[in-house]
Design a protein around this ligand. Sequence first.
Ligand code: PEP
Length: 254
Amino acid sequence: MDKERRLIIAGNWKMNKTVAEGLDLVNGIKRELTNVKEVDIVVCPPFTALCEVSKAVLNSNIRLGAQNMSENGYGAHTGEIAAGMLKEFSVRYVILKHTERRQYQKESDALIAKKALAAHGAALKPIVCVGETLAEREGGLTEKVLDTQVRGSLAGLSKDQIAETVVAYEPVWAIGTGKTATAGQAQEAHAFIRRLIGKLFDESVARRVRIQYGGSVKPSNARELMGLPDVDGALVGGASLEDRSFADIVRNSI
Ligand code: PEP
């Protein structure tokens, strides 16, 4: 598949996998995808598995991501993880503003903007998630919601930092539900986000920034979604927990 931007396909393992299970999974993915060079492949294990998984992916085509980080540096923040701690395990990406954290931890756009700045400060690439609920979509509010979330969570980043940020469009109603946005809905939302970034920053940044789709991506729908002009990859939850299905998503996207 000939795309303007390099695809990035990331597996978000969420609060799943012990260290041993995580190693099994990542070793399986490594075996399945050993010759794949066309796509950036990222796995995002829970913090507890980062150390061992980082050793397993050393010198491979698989990059490591974390699922969250603190907006603060080292210090008195019990239970938090600083960007510098993630760097110790060669983490390259960090998911921010996942809908589950917005919903359960009440993370705001302003907090995410701080986290995104801290991530870039440590040379980590944030994967910033945005997306509307079903009620918002049905109320005709999708673009308004995306506008607020994109503006709020990217506030304060420089143009170069934006270009190195990955935005993940994840309609909340499609996450873990088996419902996927149609190709038309996904392309429309992605094109809207790219136009907005063009307006807020500039056209060349908008052309460079990668926008992933997330929401019940599976091997059977990956090809169509990844073929859309403004879709530059996928953030995968459920289907990333099994090596064959994650690998099939990557293979079907090429
Ligand atoms: C996600 O959690 O980011 C996600 C997209 O999950 P799923 O693929 O299971 O819908």
